[in-house]
Design a protein around this ligand. Structure first.
Ligand SMILES: Nc1ncnc2c1ncn2[C@@H]1O[C@H](COP(=O)(O)OP(=O)(O)O)[C@@H](O)[C@H]1O
Ligand SMILES: [Mg+2]
Length: 270
């Protein structure tokens, strides 16, 4: 693969809006376009990727730093075709490591950069330091919002902080838990309206995922909904979103993919 992996963060103002489900299923939908996808689980919250998919991490980053494991030992390859660096491996702490340890991680991830087409980062909710760094270092920032007024307000607050602390001036908006037969653009328009008025940030509408019982069922069965219910509304929606992301292949300078991402992250606190 000649082009470095494109790094996409998935963030939200408040938790429980569907970041983890979206990261996993978007990853799977992208593999259907013949892409290799790595998911970086950067949220140590309760319902993280390994719980959602029912696997146990084999090794963690501190094993790697002690020389007891390689980066390949940390990565979990799922039969469905995506690879995952689990949160329980200490990803969320990357920005707080010593400079020597950070360099070790950089060297380890260098070999990964050209093995994937996409790296999707599932971040924690809110505006903690590491969430800001992850967003700043990525090429595309997806913000998930639901039609609830509180979610729209929280998304606005997040976009404002990302803009003010990091100069981020373009974000992609994905509306999740969208009621059936309702146009997700209505929620997008509410957010875009206040962002246009008070912030100098360009909002792009990426699409909407229907509120669908297939999603909660998939959580119970610890399998992604695109795999369990490929023709459910939510699955069809995410396939459209993957297609849209896939069509937008331009690399945004100076955001040169995965290597840039880790470099930025590792140098964040210097
Ligand atoms: N499109 C959807 N339709 C119905 N339920 C959803 C949908 N997306 C997410 N959920 C539910 O919302 C909850 C939070 O999802 P999760 O992906 O863990 O959110 P986050 O990572 O943002 O905290 C879960 O119970 C999940 O089943
Ligand atoms: Mg989550």
């Amino acid at each position: 693969m000649i082009k470095p992996a494109k790094v996409i963060t998935i963030t939200s103002g408040k938790g429980g809006v569907g970041k983890t489900h979206t990261a996993v299923n978007l990853g799977l939908a992208l593999t259907q376009h013949m892409h290799k996808v790595l998911i970086l689980d950067a949220d140590l919250g309760l319902a993280n990727v390994n719980i959602l998919l029912g696997f146990k991490p084999k090794a963690n980053i501190s094993d790697m730093l002690k020389g007891k494991a390689s980066i390949q030992d940390i990565i979990i390859s799922l039969p469905s075709g995506i690879d995952i660096i689990p949160a329980a491996s200490g990803v969320a702490d990357i920005v707080n490591l010593s400079s020597q340890d950070r360099l070790l991680i950089l060297t380890a991830v260098q070999e990964l950069c050209y093995q994937y087409n996409y790296m999707i980062v599932d971040t924690a909710a809110g505006i903690g330091d590491s969430v800001i760094y992850f967003n700043l270092a990525a090429e595309e920032n997806i913000i998930i919002v639901t039609p609830e007024a509180t979610s729209i307000a929280d998304a606005y607050a997040l976009i404002k902080v990302l803009h003010q602390t990091s100069g981020i001036n373009e974000v992609s908006i994905l509306v999740n838990k969208n009621p059936e037969n309702s146009d997700g653009r209505k929620t997008y328009a509410k957010l875009a309206q206040i962002a246009d008025r008070f912030l100098n940030v360009r909002l792009k509408y990426l699409g909407a995922i229907t509120e669908d019982s297939a999603v909660s069922e998939s959580l119970k069965r610890q399998m992604p909904y695109t795999e369990l219910f490929p023709s459910s509304k939510a699955s069809l929606d995410i396939q459209k979103i993957a297609k849209k992301i896939n069509e937008n292949t331009q690399i945004k300078p100076p955001h040169g993919g995965m290597q840039f991402f880790f470099n930025e992250l590792i140098m964040a606190k210097d």
